[in-house]
Design a protein around this ligand. Structure first.
Ligand code: DSN
Length: 411
């Protein structure tokens, strides 16, 4: 990217940005929550819209001079509604954590009970972990996967819901590789008299691509981050039924946030437009196909994946029977420019800072144009390196990664 003013005024910072650009180009970016935003998304995010204060909503601002900002935010709202077939969209949440909290505060009172997935089984910090504000302000009861299958047992989820009668049931995961049974979650919420909320942050792109069920028709409120599979800027959006629109809007502003980041809202609008194209839908299908191919190669090479595979864009390697932890494994891979993240696995006996799993996925590699053939190569490189991480093997892997990514330059 050309940044002549930054390069002139702050060469130190410019150099660091260039190094990060190179790291992203030269490596295999396999952290499943990361992706490559398009140049158009990046351009929209780097505009003078950052100069504008626009507290409030289109046509109801607390500042003057918002005639163009209103149109930009309305474009983002309209596109989000069309893309996800939603009755109402709020495009202002700065990020997923704020969006989640805004949803809780819109529909519940502090102290109310919410049912959500256990963090170690694939939930999220803001799904009620005690260290997060969510867990401090609301009473969370966590469901999890079965120990034998590492899959959700929806009859157990239903039993728990009917027993504890939560005010809200939250579905959607960050580190569970299987499809989320959204309609079943919605049915259970209805039976239990609870709000149905979905956090589809990881899989929103797959939903748009038609490779994962959408929670929007069946849930009261749905939020998603706009990065990850969706491939937009780092931010979030809330979708809900019209009957909750006022509560959600009030909860985001003035409840949770002040001035919206209109440059990022513009970048979200670009992302939503991109997501309406056939090319984007093909990309999402390829993300899922690549994940299956990668999982197959890793398992064929003797690695154990949590739940025995994936239905989505991500998978988790269980390092329990390897000679290192998930963190050490992720560090070994990173030394060879293969970027993944260490992660808890269900029923992990290790600690979150040094857990047993390595989480990896295919969104960014697919964005570079890689297909099943390359997933076999990448899977083989990872499996070989995790089995033998001698210096010689590391050098061979680094070389192979360089050659592979080079062949995808400019694609
Ligand atoms: N940090 C995100 C992830 O990696 O899944 C979730 O917020």
């Amino acid at each position: 990217m050309n940044r002549p003013n930054l390069a002139k005024f702050d060469p130190e910072l410019e150099e660091l940005i260039e190094l990060e650009e190179k790291r992203q180009e030269d490596g295999l970016l396999m952290i499943p929550s990361e992706n490559l935003a398009s140049p158009a998304v990046l351009e929209a995010a780097g505009t003078v819209l950052t100069n504008k204060y626009a507290e409030g909503y289109p046509q109801k601002r607390y500042y003057t001079g918002n005639q163009y900002i209103d149109k930009i935010e309305q474009l983002a709202i309209d596109r989000a509604k069309e893309l996800f077939c939603a009755e109402h969209a709020n495009v202002q949440p700065h990020a997923g954590s704020q969006a989640n909290l805004a949803c809780y505060f819109a529909l519940l009172q502090p102290g109310d009970t919410i049912m959500a997935m256990n963090l170690a089984h694939g939930g999220h910090l803001t799904h009620g972990h005690p260290v997060s504000l969510s867990g401090k302000l609301f009473k969370f009861v966590h469901y999890g996967v079965r120990q034998d299958t590492e899959m959700l047992d929806m009859d157990e989820v239903e039993k728990l819901a009917l027993e504890i009668k939560p005010k809200m049931i939250l579905s959607g995961f960050t580190a569970h590789p299987r499809a989320v049974p959204f309609s079943r979650f919605a049915e259970i919420a209805k039976k239990a008299g609870a709000y149905a909320m979905a956090d589809m942050s990881h899989i929103a792109g797959l939903v748009v691509g038609g490779v994962h069920e959408s929670p929007v028709p069946t849930h009261d409120v749905v939020m998603t981050t706009t990065t990850k599979t969706l491939r937009g800027p780092r931010s979030a959006v809330i979708l809900c039924k019209e009957q909750y629109a006022k509560q959600i809007d009030k909860s985001v502003f003035p409840g949770m946030q002040g001035g919206p980041l209109e440059h990022i809202i513009a970048a979200k609008a670009v992302c939503f437009k991109e997501a309406m194209t056939d090319e984007y839908k093909e990309y999402q299908k390829q993300v899922a196909k690549n994940a299956k191919a990668l999982a197959y190669t890793l398992m064929a090479d003797g690695l154990r994946l949590v739940s025995g595979g994936t239905d989505t864009h991500l998978m988790i390697i269980d390092c329990t029977n390897l000679e290192f932890s998930g963190k050490q494994g992720a560090d070994i891979l990173a030394e060879c420019n293969i970027y993944t993240n260490f992660n808890m696995i269900p029923f992990d006996t290790r600690k979150p800072a040094d857990p047993s799993g390595i989480r990896l996925g295919t969104p960014a590699l697919t964005a570079r144009g890689m297909k099943e053939k390359e997933m076999q190569i990448v899977g083989q490189l990872i499996a070989d390196l995790l089995k033998n991480h001698s210096e010689e093997q590391k050098n061979m892997t680094k070389q192979a990664v360089t050659e592979l990514v080079k062949s995808f330059d400019d694609k």
